[in-house]
Design a protein around this ligand. Sequence first.
Ligand code: SF4
Length: 103
Amino acid sequence: MKTSDRRIFLLQLAACSAAVPLGARAEAAKVEETDPQAVTLGYRHDTTKVDKKKYPKHDAAQKCSTCQLFQGKATDAFGPCPLFAGKQVANNGWCSAWVKKPG
Ligand code: SF4
């Protein structure tokens, strides 16, 4: 390999390394409020936007971060929920399957 070829190869390698950092992983998609499962469960990204007429027992203190099914950390803006496999729900979200986290 000529010196110039090796230089080009090393520049290409550096460019590829910068474009795709090692250890990078795809972040799970966020649930859309229009997702059929979300519509069925009345999911909203913002618990204060829940339809009060449709869900009269809803309380604004109920949100995904206080739900037993939320799998993110309390400080995460979004986190996984088993009801929406492979997608993330909002920390401040809510759906009709909300169950108070123990403790
Ligand atoms: Fe949020 Fe709980 Fe409904 Fe999952 S089940 S979307 S964590 S309220």
